[in-house]
Ligand binder design. Sequence first.
Ligand SMILES: O=C(O)C(=O)C[C@]1(C(=O)O)C=C[C@@H](O)C=C1
Length: 100
Amino acid sequence: MSDPTPLERLERLRSSIDNIDAALVHMLAERFRCTQEVGQLKAEHDMPAADPSRESRQIDRLKGLAVDAHLDPEFAEKWFNFVVAEVIQHHTQIADEHNA
Ligand SMILES: O=C(O)C(=O)C[C@]1(C(=O)O)C=C[C@@H](O)C=C1
């Protein structure tokens, strides 16, 4: 068997990227399903949408995992903050609807 051509290597890598992107979409959907339930719970029990101490514990944990996995820890923090900002918007919307 001859070595794969550059185009074949690119296609193989893109096929793995397709699988990884699909897994990320499914994992994010599952995460948001959980956080929607957290939002309902918080609205029903008058808990604040944001919990900065939980966020900072989670950032420390994720940055440690990122270092072990050879992922840029600053990127891991940015990714987490981006997702959490969206979650807090959802929590606020759920609380507004609950209190309307
Ligand atoms: O754990 C919570 O209390 C959540 O609301 C979830 C979550 C998160 O998405 O990780 C979102 C907002 C909070 O500030 C902290 C964490």
